[in-house]
Design a protein around this ligand. Structure first.
Ligand code: SAH
Length: 343
């Protein structure tokens, strides 16, 4: 495993040779290294995601897909797809819940990290892995889940300076990574001095590819992530290490870098590719409509000693001041598929 700091040295050398690199290139390199070298999830790691909070999250996501599949006429060749499956917890919970609903599809996981592929293999038997969304099978309906995948994809940033937008670049000076304005960029958006604008070509391309596949092959997708419902200016790039915010511009590859997901941009890209788009709606509303209260009671009945823990998890996933409101769900379907539940 590479030693900590090695990516920082490599990036510093690259900047020395090539000049400043874009924020997008910095974030892409940092996250590729970060995920390739560790399992960042859980109490001992850097952050906790919804499927790691409670099995109810993956179960309800799986049942949401099973319900749509069932109302679409139960196509026998449908595939389950997860983008960025982390430890494989959501996939395992979803498959268990869906098996009970009569759906046991082949599993396709899009994951670049060898460490996380290994963790996923322990929880999901017989999965097939892919490096890229483009490599998914093209001959069957796809039932797609992506939880906290899009927020890890690199963003471009632009800064408004002396009357125009400039791509924001990362330089290396006096042993530190520093931000500066690069070459002017023509953007069809007004701005004032100092404004920051973010776009994510990688996230939009992923939404476009999924949208096109659903339109051509049938199926549906739930994109669950944190972010704003409407596009707006602002720097949302953040780093997390050991459950605390950290400086994104130091120790690249040792901290988790994420940015708010621009759901309007993702919805636009998927719709332009031919998919039908629903939402985004808040995660708390989605889970409540899918029956999380009933599921929590049922779990508590079978394990009375865990009642407090189950209620705490339900609250964390749904309460507006917890994960219920900042996290949102965007649904995509094939145009000829039925309407998704809860939207
Ligand atoms: N969905 C999981 C993990 C979220 S962390 C959960 O909710 O717990 C982000 C996940 O996306 C990790 O599995 C990471 O390795 C993967 N990932 C990040 N960038 C990726 C990329 N460009 N291609 C494929 N997988 C990526």
């Amino acid at each position: 495993m590479p030693e900590p700091g090695r990516l920082a040295e490599r990036l510093a050398r690259r900047i020395g040779a090539e000049g400043p690199i874009s924020v997008e290139a910095y974030m892409a390199e940092a996250n590729a290294h970060y995920y390739a070298t560790r399992d960042p999830l859980g109490a001992a790691g850097d952050f906790v995601t919804a499927p790691e909070v409670s099995q109810m999250f993956g179960e309800l996501a799986g049942l949401w897909l099973a319900d749509l599949w069932s109302r679409a006429g139960r196509p026998a060749n449908a595939r389950f797809v997860e983008l960025g499956p982390g430890r494989g917890t959501l996939a395992a919970d979803a498959l268990r819940a869906r098996g009970a609903a009569g759906l046991q599809p082949p599993v396709h996981l899009v994951e670049t990290s060898p460490v996380l592929r290994e963790a996923q293999a322990k929880r999901v038997a017989d999965a097939e892995w892919h490096d890229r969304i483009e490599d998914l099978p093209n001959d069957a309906p796809l039932l797609v889940i992506a939880n906290e995948f899009f927020d890890a994809l690199p963003v471009r940033q632009f800064v408004h300076k002396s009357g125009s937008w400039h791509e924001r670049m990362v330089s290396f000076e006096n042993d530190r990574f520093v931000l500066q304005a690069g070459t002017p960029a023509r953007l069809p958006v007004p701005g004032s001095e100092g404004d920051i604008l973010e776009t994510s070509p990688a996230a939009e391309a992923a939404a476009r590819t999924i949208g096109a596949r659903l339109a051509a092959q049938g199926g549906a997708a739930a994109i669950i992530d944190y972010g704003h419902g409407r596009s707006g200016p602002g720097d949302t790039l953040q780093a997390v290490k050991g459950h605390a915010f950290a400086d994104p511009w130091s120790e690249p590859g040792e901290r988790d870098l994420t940015a708010h997901v621009d759901f309007t941009a993702l919805a636009g890209a998927a719709a332009a590719a031919g998919a039908r788009v629903f939402g985004p709606i808040p995660q708390g509303i989605w889970l409540t409509a899918l029956g999380i209260d009933r599921r929590a009671s049922a779990l508590a009945q079978t394990a009375p000693s865990r009642t407090g823990e189950i209620e705490a998890a339900r609250h964390r996933l749904t309460a507006p001041d917890q994960m219920g409101k900042l996290f949102k769900v965007l649904a995509l379907t094939a145009p000829h598929w039925p309407l998704p539940a809860a939207f």
